[in-house]
Design a protein around this ligand. Sequence first.
Ligand code: SF4
Length: 155
Amino acid sequence: MLNYILPSEIVTPMKISVKTRNSLVEQALQTISRSGENGIFQTELCKTFSLDSRDGSRLVGNLEKQALISREKILYNGRWTYKLIVKKPTISEIEKRQVEINSVEGAPCFSCNYQHLCSSEDDMSQYSPAKCTWIAEWVLSSFSRTLNHQRHIDL
Ligand code: SF4
């Protein structure tokens, strides 16, 4: 397994570049993903990335919030930790996603590389719909297209 040597402040928002933080989150997710159905202990993940428990919790909390992993509390070597497993969508979740998509067609979020970091609840996040210029541009262009379409109908 690869061993990334990073300072423990690495996942604390604002202290590091967005690129470095994104890279760490992606690498952590890949590491959890590679552990397959057996998962990986949170303590192992922290050791791999040289994170203290606070930053490790923050990182996996972020992934859990984005529904990318599941966390199961477990006793390991006499200490409580979490088993981290990558989430695969269930059939019902996939079915729930098959909704009317006309209104969201072309939305940048579907192909956004930062979707897993984007939150409308976390004020510290660099990525949120309220701050996002990509979504603002998309809303404006969709609105403009709708207006043009309406004008053609009215003529
Ligand atoms: S709101 Fe912006 S940053 Fe967030 S997922 Fe959509 S495109 Fe990405």
